[in-house]
Design a protein around this ligand. Structure first.
Ligand code: HSE
Length: 439
């Protein structure tokens, strides 16, 4: 609690777009902590309007009823708003509102990952033209500070790689599969029963949510525009109990990772962004991220390895990130400056998945007889894929070859798997998964 009288000479007028789980918490904290926030900003934050879809809904919020409006467009174009908080989500309406807010002189704090990943450039351009801030800490990994570290703290370093567990729903499901041996369907049912997965879980389990976050992380990390269309995406619906068991046998665990990498190619530095399930060794810090938690592991040239960990979703954690942005942009508004805009000067080539270098774990159900291993090895050699380890599990009708490759271009690895499926002595390719994290 603040002992001193808060500053009272300047007021920063704040409009809130959206009053769902996050918006309600933002409004509650703006009201409850008004005095403390005034000290931190150096000016009082006055909530002057809350745009909602429907009036009259019961809200557990102690703010004057007159603040609510269904006219979001009218609210952001009033011309006297200093800061607009956008937590309505979606693409088209949110984009119009944010652009109007900026044109009308407001800075913006948004949690809208989908919009930033699809069309961040338009928002950045509008913010630069208006000389206002566009902040979005809450768009990636909820409460975890990762946007600001990439945008500010690591702005003097060269980030090489970002590995993130940036979707709590899928981490919960994979963790449940690992802990209980359950299949994907049962683990999803449990996640829905406990409220971790939504009734329509598509955006999470198919990796769309993580892919938006990957695009944002890659853009920030590599000073290059990376959009959702550049991100390779595979969800977790095909991860089987057998994959999870295979991972355990190798001393690994299966995680859905957002992987952003910078690589020097003969043509110059290039970057890539992808989301897919991967086996990572139990010794990797990301392996210890359990339940619905998120974490982002950053490898950079000078700082070395950093990990950011915490709750990646939920009303209060996400509101924490939004309010941090509100304080920052309000401080800037108070003294008429604006913070960092888009940094895309590097303009690195964005590689497609086929040219990304990965490693595969492949389990093959095979005939247990002379020459099988030689034939299998021949396919790897054909695509110039080097085998790192190979072991046989079982024998006779239960024989399985478990192969882990060295790094190769993903196109060569997937062509190898396609060719293996054609071999007569391979009864089934029972598990194929990429391996990450220094195994
Ligand atoms: N649905 C996301 C998750 C949170 O499960 O982590 C919002 O991005």
């Amino acid at each position: 609690m603040s002992a001193d009288k808060p500053p009272g000479d300047r007021t920063i007028r704040v409009a809130l777009l959206g009053c769902g789980v996050v918006g309600t918490e933002v409004a509650r904290l703006l009201t409850r902590d008004a005095d403390e926030l005034a000290h931190r900003v150096g000016a009082r934050l006055e909530l002057v309007g809350i745009a909602v879809r429907r009036l009259g809904r019961e809200r557990n919020l102690d703010v004057p009823k007159e603040l609510f409006t269904t006219d979001a467009a009218g609210l952001v174009s009033r011309g006297d708003i200093d800061v607009v908080i956008e937590v309505i989500g979606g693409i088209d309406v949110a984009r119009e509102l944010i652009l109007s807010a900026l044109e009308n002189g407001a800075s913006v704090a948004t949690a809208n990952k989908a919009l930033l990943a699809e069309d961040g450039a338009t928002l950045y351009d509008a913010a630069a033209k208006a000389e206002r801030d566009l902040y979005f800490e809450a768009a990636v990994a909820g409460a975890i500070p990762i946007v600001r570290p990439l945008r500010d703290s690591l702005a003097g370093d060269r980030v090489q790689r970002v590995l993130g567990i940036v979707n709590g729903t899928t981490n919960f499901i994979l963790d449940a599969m690992t802990t209980t041996g359950a299949g994907f369907g049962d683990a999803l049912d449990e996640a829905q029963r406990l409220g971790y997965a939504e009734a329509d879980p598509t955006a999470d389990i198919e990796g769309f949510d993580a892919a938006s976050k990957a695009a944002i992380l890659a853009s920030l990390a590599f000073h290059t525009r990376v959009t959702i269309g550049d991100v390779y995406r595979e969800g977790i619906t095909d991860v089987s109990a057998a994959d999870v068991r295979s991972a355990r046998e190798m001393g690994c665990v299966v995680k859905l990772l957002a992987i952003c990498e910078r690589r020097d190619t003969p043509e110059g530095p290039a970057v890539s962004a992808r989301v897919h399930p991967a086996m990572i060794p139990l010794s990797h810090p990301l392996a210890s991220v359990r339940g619905a938690y998120n974490a982002v592991f950053v490898e950079s040239e000078s700082a070395g390895e950093l990990m950011f960990y915490g709750p990646g979703a939920g009303g209060a954690p996400t509101a924490s990130a939004v309010l941090g942005d509100v304080v920052s942009v309000a401080r800037n508004r108070r003294i008429n400056v604006f913070g960092p805009g888009e940094s895309s000067h590097a303009q690195c080539e964005v590689l497609d998945m086929g040219r990304t270098r990965t490693r595969y774990h492949i389990a093959l159900d095979v005939d247990d007889k002379a020459g099988v291993l030689a034939s299998v090895a021949h396919v790897f050699a054909e695509f110039d894929v080097s085998i790192r380890t190979v072991r046989q599990e079982g024998h006779g009708g239960d024989a399985q070859l478990v192969i882990v490759t060295h790094e190769a271009e993903d196109s060569a690895l997937s062509a190898t798997v396609a060719q293996l499926r054609e071999l007569d002595m391979v009864r089934d390719v029972s598990s194929v998964m990429r391996v990450e994290g220094g195994f």
